[in-house]
Design a protein around this ligand. Structure first.
Ligand SMILES: [Fe+2]
Ligand SMILES: [Fe+2]
Length: 396
């Protein structure tokens, strides 16, 4: 079965976090300052350092260290500066292998090519050196043509690898940017659709946006969100935007009726839950998308109530999912706190009392606890934004 575009994009965006582990940590420095050009020569013998230095002086900046610990200090201070390290095996007090062990512990031989130079490289020393990540073991006395060629090729290879990974990084960043744009576009389209339904329904402006924000607040700040991942919370909040999408299938005469609905009209109005869930289920491309699973559930069950007297399925207690419960109470609270033509905005205390007493249907004890926990914060929002709205028959 093909994966949905959104799954692919979410994976892609998620993979951003893994990317740095795969790429050279010195790459940003190399991109900013160019490839490193300093060659570090580590040897306790002044003559040996001079001989090696003269071989490379025309091509690279030469830095010298006379023992392992001095070299270690230089590399630690600025590891991105060195294009390669030429390392003598026999030195006091820290020999070449001991220095290699310290560098290997930091993963540095994978970033900076290291060459071990030795007059007495036994198979055992060579094996250990390769285990610790040296690029090559060069025997003394060095043959100038051979040593320059081997070192230069490896430095060029590392630079080419860095350039390749920079191209990959740029392409990956571009893909992530495009994925983000598509996700934003999706979200924009969902919000526009929901706003169009709101407009037709004459609901208060910004209702779906507030439902989104209240849902998110419940799931991030109260135990109603326990066990949900950040991605699931984002998906549920996005899904809550579509809770009334089924109203698109309700006739204007009922949706826009100024007075009370007859029983028959109310039955039709109630069907927006089933219509909405069916509409969402009929988007085949979205079937495997987690946000749409939540959306189908929320569209169908946002009018269920704790005592089983809600609709359309008469679910009892926690048969209604936690997220559908959250959207139910968010929907009711928003309707109460907003002004309608036939009623003014209901003051905070009265809205809370009505919810506690079940005037708009009963809610579960855990949901009510969570509601009271965040209600002061929600209330501030309503008081700061004096909300007005057109008349609409509420459907709860
Ligand atoms: Fe509804
Ligand atoms: Fe609503």
């Amino acid at each position: 079965m093909d994966r949905t575009i959104d799954e692919y994009l979410l994976d892609l965006v998620g993979s951003r976090a893994d990317a740095p582990a795969e790429t050279d940590p010195f790459l940003p420095l190399a991109l900013k300052y160019g490839d490193p050009t300093t060659l570090l020569i580590v040897d306790d013998d002044l003559i040996n350092r001079a001989v090696l230095g003269n071989l490379f002086r025309d091509e690279y900046t030469i830095q010298e260290a006379s023992d392992g610990s001095a070299a270690l200090d230089l590399i630690r201070a600025d590891p991105g500066r060195f294009c390669a390290v030429l390392l003598d095996y026999r030195m006091e007090p820290m020999d070449g292998l001991a220095l290699l062990e310290r560098l290997d512990a930091k993963g540095l031989p994978r970033r900076i090519p290291v060459f071990l130079i030795s007059a007495e490289a036994s198979p055992e020393v060579m094996r250990r050196a390769y285990e610790l990540g040296v690029m090559d073991v060069i025997e003394k006395p060095v043959v100038p043509f051979v040593v320059t060629r081997r070192v230069r090729s490896v430095i060029e290879l590392f630079a080419a690898r860095r350039r390749l990974s920079s191209v990959v990084m740029e392409q990956q960043a571009e893909l992530v940017r495009r994925a983000g744009e598509i996700l934003e576009l999706n979200r924009g389209m969902i919000e526009t659709l929901a706003a169009a339904i709101e407009f037709r329904d004459s609901e208060s402006g910004g209702h779906v946006r507030r439902i989104h924000d209240i849902t998110r607040a419940f799931l991030t700040q109260t135990e109603m969100g326990d066990g949900l991942s950040d991605e699931e919370v984002t998906s549920i909040a996005l899904a809550s935007i579509m809770h009334d999408v089924g109203k698109i299938g309700i006739p204007d005469a009922i949706l826009g009726k100024p007075g009370r609905l007859t029983d028959e009209e109310f039955q039709i109005m109630k069907s927006h839950t089933v219509i909405g869930a069916e509409m969402l289920e009929n988007i085949p491309q979205m079937h495997k998308n987690r946000a749409f699973d939540f959306a189908v559930d929320i569209a169908r069950h946002h009018h269920e109530r704790w005592d089983g007297r809600g609709y359309p399925d008469g679910l009892i207690g926690d048969e209604q999912t936690r997220w559908a419960q959250v959207v139910s109470i968010a929907d009711v609270y928003d309707a109460l706190r907003c002004k309608r033509v036939y009623k003014s905005a209901i003051p905070r205390e009265e809205a809370c009392r009505m919810i506690d007493e079940g005037a708009c249907g009963t809610f579960g004890p855990r949901l009510l606890d969570a509601f009271h926990q965040i209600e002061p914060q929600l209330s501030t929002f309503y008081e700061q934004n004096s909300l007005t709205a057109a008349d609409t028959p509420t459907d709860w």
